[in-house]
Ligand binder design. Structure first.
Ligand code: PLP
Length: 627
């Protein structure tokens, strides 16, 4: 359990079962409900669905929606807070239709709404958010079409709030609202002085891309007043960054936001909502710390700080408690999906090596290295052995370049060198003190497990911003993992790798995995990929979107599940079409070449037909390795 810290990042959803398989509890309030991941994999195989793939646990999505809403409701009650809570899900975090539909459905009892940050997202939320009670919040930069759509949504009786990101947007909105005779609901986004901590800290502070300064907010309120629309100003919005690692930033932003709200109220602008944006973090590495992949607080603490923080200021300033809005995306979606990939090979640290038997007339450098391996078992001063071996290896390389030793002798020296380092590594394993240079040995001697997926498609943030995602074997976790390794993907790019892992001692560049058995598939799960990762990946090397399976648990048998839907990933044809190729003319071109070979007698007609079909099948096939 400690090796992969499953319980720590699993948040009640994931744990290691007694049989060593990863188990999922899709609703932590009902621990009878438990799915064995191995059974899910077996069913996927039985259905003939190809790996790698995304597995979505829709029940987890529903659980997170309910958890966030209930946490707010309970805290409001406990704090005797008079305003309510009306959350919205920002679809940019995961726009997949099935995900958004599930969230809307699970959120219906709470009047949970949607947030859009672009015109395409607005068109989406207009169609999906059919509940007239829930909010539709519109952030991001807007043009005339955007405003018209927002006002159409108002005409259709929706609670659609246009959040003004810069002053000129307000002028545009007022003009079109007057033209159409529709009263808008207006929000203003405040450029906060408090900055979040973590990778998205630049969403706050003076240089933030979005939002109005205090004087711009006052001007905006007065502008609405001048146009007889003062009562349209209903919402104050702020968002100081995603994945807030330190709860202090949340507390500070609430204190600042609550004061702005109160002052606007006192100036006569009766705002009804305060929207605290997103930012609720996920403990990706299970460390519960302020490092970038974690957070030092729980959802409960986050909600309590918002509710109590707002209440305190409002009571002191003698203004009504506003309805609280939050736009959590990461916390809603991260847990529900994971990527399952197969390990398709092991790249050993230094190859297999060659035979190092003594031969007549071998060079003294080879003999020197061999001598070290002969004495190492009885030698206490490992540092001396390490230094000598390193020096001989360096000398050997020079000697080879000067044609003093042969390629074969160099290979022998390298083979012996890595054998010596292997022995040193074993001896220092439990030592109290390990010199700095030797600490690198675990990494230097580790393998690379080749995994059938693309980091750029399925785990973009690990590459782009060093985000840590939990990676664990889905089976055999009751066996000691004996192979230290990092993971590499199948793209032709040396950045296509994972080399930051959760370990017993913090973050490590290697992770222990099990040895590969020739007759057994070894599956790894990349977890917490439901937020951003799912939709931000690119098609580097033309590896396309993954197949997806959507898993639901059975109501009548909590240990059972069913694949509700399989969504095909990209075929080669799909990705080629996006890149402006015409797969059918490509097939024609290859067929023509084959036909020419047949005509010239260089290929049998029957063979020609087979190759033509094969090429066409590959065009229709999956972009990943067929295993
Ligand atoms: N709201 C706004 C305005 C955002 O920019 C973001 C993302 O950065 C979110 C909500 C979602 O934030 P999170 O995923 O941290 O909940």
């Amino acid at each position: 359990e400690n090796i992969y810290r499953v319980k720590r990042w699993g948040d009640g959803y994931f744990e290691i079962g007694q049989n060593g398989n990863l188990h999922i509890t899709p609703d932590p309030s009902n621990t009878d409900m438990r799915i064995d991941f191995k059974a899910v994999i077996d069913e996927i195989k039985q259905e003939g669905i190809q790996f790698p793939l995304v597995v979505r646990f829709h029940d987890i999505l529903r659980s997170q929606v309910a958890l966030l809403n209930k946490t707010f409701q309970n805290t409001l009650k406990e704090a005797e807070y008079n305003g309510g809570y009306m959350g919205v899900y920002p679809i940019k975090v995961n726009q997949m239709r099935e995900v958004v539909e599930e969230i809307v459905d699970a959120g219906a009892p709470f009047n949970y709404g949607l947030e859009a940050g672009s015109k395409a997202e607005l068109l989406t939320v207009m169609a999906l958010n059919t509940n007239t009670e829930s909010l539709t919040i519109l952030n991001g930069y807007k043009d005339e079409e955007f405003m018209r759509l927002a006002l159409l949504s108002r005409k259709l009786g929706r609670k659609t709030i246009v959040v003004i990101e810069k002053f000129s947007e307000l002028v545009l909105l007022v003009r079109i609202a007057e033209e159409l005779g529709v009263a808008p609901i207006v929000g203003i986004r405040s450029k906060m002085t408090v900055k979040g901590r973590g990778k998205w800290a630049s969403s706050g502070g003076d240089r933030a891309k979005f939002g109005l300064t205090i004087s711009e907010m006052i001007n905006a309120a007065r502008y609405l007043e001048e146009h007889g629309m003062a009562d349209c100003l209903k919402l104050l919005h702020f968002h100081i960054g995603s994945q807030l690692t330190d709860i202090r930033a949340v507390k500070e932003s609430i204190a600042e936001g609550a004061m702005i709200y109160s002052e606007l109220h006192r100036m006569g602008f009766k705002l009804e909502y305060v929207d605290v944006g997103g930012g609720l973090g996920i403990d990706y590495d299970g460390s519960q710390s302020t490092n970038d992949s974690s957070r030092n607080y729980s959802m409960q603490e986050y909600v309590a700080d918002i509710v109590y923080g707002m209440k305190q200021v409002c009571d002191l300033e003698d203004v009504p408690h506003p309805i609280l809005v939050s736009e959590s995306g990461r916390a809603i979606t991260a847990h529900h999906s994971c990527v399952v990939t197969q390990v398709v090979g092991e790249i050993k640290a230094h190859g297999a090596g060659i035979a190092t038997k003594l031969v007549d007339g071998e060079h003294v450098l080879v003999s020197d290295m061999r001598e070290l391996i002969e004495i190492i078992d009885n030698q206490n001063n490992l540092q001396e052995i390490f230094n000598d071996a390193s020096q001989f290896k360096e000398q050997a390389l020079h000697a080879f370049k000067l044609r003093v030793i042969s390629l074969e002798e160099l290979a022998k020296i390298e083979t012996l060198y890595w054998q010596i380092m292997g022995k040193v590594q074993l001896r220092i394993k439990d030592a109290e003190f390990v010199p700095e240079e030797m600490q690198e040995l675990d990494y230097a001697l580790s393998s690379q497990y080749l995994c059938n997926f693309s980091v750029f498609q399925s785990a973009a943030d690990t590459w782009a911003i060093d985000q840590i995602l939990p990676v664990v074997p889905l089976t055999r976790m009751n066996e000691k993992p004996t192979i230290n390794c990092s993971l590499v993907d199948i793209t032709c790019d040396s950045d296509g790798k994972l080399d930051q892992f959760i370990s017993e001692y913090g973050i490590s560049n290697i992770v222990p995995m099990h040895d590969l058995k020739p007759d057994e598939d070894y599956y790894l799960g990349l977890f917490l990929t439901g937020a951003y990762q799912d939709v931000m990946g690119d098609m580097h090397n033309l590896f396309g979107r993954l197949n997806e399976v959507h898993i639901f648990s059975h109501d009548d048998d909590p240990k059972d599940f069913y694949i509700e839907e399989m969504v095909h990933g990209s075929s080669v044809e799909d990705v080629l079409s996006i890149m402006q190729y015409h797969p059918s003319s490509m097939a024609k071109s290859v067929k023509k070449m084959i036909d020419e070979h047949v005509a010239q007698g260089q290929m049998q007609p029957r063979e020609g037909v087979k190759w033509t079909d094969f090429y066409e099948d590959c065009l229709k096939g999956y972009t990943y390795l067929k295993t």
